[in-house]
Ligand binder design. Structure first.
Ligand code: VAH
Length: 310
């Protein structure tokens, strides 16, 4: 059985629904510190739990005979800058709980999301390699870089079968974004449809690696279902689909909403975005377990507008 922790979050909620489609709704237990959508709560088992509550998480794992855990709970980049110690506690404590349960053979397989936020201002910005200089300058990036080190350590020392992906910015329309720096690329669609205008908190030329939600979920399930011997990277795999700037995204939206207007008012999130790469080399993921993306900017834009109009 599968447990998704952080199932009410931006990725967690769509991941849970997809996993229930694939594996049967009663085989996928969702948990979060807060209620999720109606669909999430009533499409299968749901447990209210704080991801840092070791005893409760262990109780849920035993009660439901969990074998696989997707640990999707985390505080994202922008929010983490406001409450660093709470972000560190949530992002790290939740990971140690699951890694130690796996070490004690109470869980067979773990998925843990990392992020392009592990890269920092000294990292090569174009086609960032799988292995390179990483001096993250955000609380979120530091927690994800440390988490990667621990995942690799638990694999090498205890044989824990933990798999991880460095997600780029993820764009979806079914769930609202939660405190990320790439969230402008979600908000812009809601505003474009509602008000035909949007003020971007990142400047027009800020190119960032981005991906549509369906591709991110496909990559997540693919890496978890891949044979263990194919997973050569046990820190976290680079993962990419496209790069665009707010200006390029606005121009793409204008092809479907001609009267759409964008303005720019960069805020504190500009410095976070400036510390990240603008494009990622994910050839290792493509080579080791057959990763390939489907959505480009044009398909993402038409899917987002279609999805939000209904
Ligand atoms: C964030 N959406 O903005 C997340 C992600 C690479 C971006 O880590 O914090």
């Amino acid at each position: 059985k599968i447990l998704v922790i952080g199932a009410a979050g931006q990725i967690g909620s769509e991941l849970t629904l997809k996993l229930r489609e694939f594996f049967g709704k009663d085989n996928v237990i969702a948990s979060d510190i807060k209620d999720g959508s109606e669909e999430l709560m009533f499409s299968g088992p749901f447990e209210i739990a704080d991801a840092t509550d070791k005893d409760l998480i262990e109780e849920i794992i035993t009660k439901h005979q969990i074998t696989d855990v997707y640990l999707m709970a985390a505080m994202l980049s922008a929010t983490a800058e406001k409450i660093p110690m709470k972000a560190w506690h949530l992002n790290m404590e939740s990971l140690f709980i699951i890694l130690n349960l796996a070490k004690d053979q109470k869980v067979n397989r773990v998925f843990w999301p990392s992020s392009i936020a592990v890269f920092g201002p000294t990292t090569p910005k174009e086609d960032t390699p799988q292995t390179t200089v990483m001096e993250p300058s955000t609380v979120y990036g530091i927690s994800k870089q440390t988490g990667e080190r621990w995942c690799e350590y638990y694999f090498n020392k205890y044989g824990v079968d933990v798999r991880s992906l460095r997600y780029p910015g993820i764009i979806s329309y079914k769930t609202l974004p939660g405190g990320g720096t790439t969230d402008y690329a979600i908000e812009i669609f809601h505003e474009a449809i509602k008000n035909k205008k949007y003020s971007s908190f990142l400047s027009e030329k800020t190119g960032l690696p981005m991906m549509f939600m369906d591709d991110a979920i496909k990559a997540t399930v693919d890496i978890m279902e891949a044979p263990s011997e194919n997973i050569k990277v046990r820190s976290s795999y680079n993962l990419a689909a496209m790069t665009f700037t707010p200006e390029e995204l606005a121009n793409q939206i204008k092809t479907q909403i001609p009267e759409f207007e964008i303005s720019y008012e960069p805020d504190f999130r500009q410095s976070i975005a400036d510390s990240w790469p603008s494009s990622i080399d994910d050839s290792e993921a493509r080579k080791d377990w057959g990763w390939e993306h489907e959505y480009d900017l044009s398909k993402l834009t038409s899917t987002m507008i279609e999805g939000l109009k209904n």
